[in-house]
Design a protein around this ligand. Structure first.
Ligand SMILES: [Zn+2]
Length: 96
């Protein structure tokens, strides 16, 4: 189970579910590539990773084949839907 922040460079202990961001990641069991899809699904194991509230805005988690779970820089900040729509229509307007 989760005991600390998934960021190796951070030592925040996992204390509360409402802080930071909890990731639930399903992993295929090793060597399951050759199995049929149902067997693979049954063999999957669920792992939990947690980023503290300091790391959650700047990092996300990804899966790297042969390595496992890796901490990645967060993608471009997500704009609220309304602002994103305005930005898009503004860009279209300027291109004409
Ligand atoms: Zn952290």
């Amino acid at each position: 189970m989760v005991s600390k922040c998934a960021n190796p460079g951070c030592s925040s202990p996992f204390l509360y579910f409402h802080q930071g961001k909890l990731f639930r990641i399903e992993l295929d069991a090793p060597g399951s590539e050759a199995l049929d899809i149902d067997t693979r699904r049954a063999r999957r194991r669920l792992e939990f990773y947690w980023l503290c509230d300091v790391c959650a805005p700047s990092f996300t988690l990804g899966f790297k084949k042969g390595v496992g779970i890796v901490v990645l820089p967060a993608p471009v900040p997500v704009l609220p839907p309304l602002l994103a729509a305005e930005a898009r229509s503004a860009a279209v307007g300027h291109s004409t």
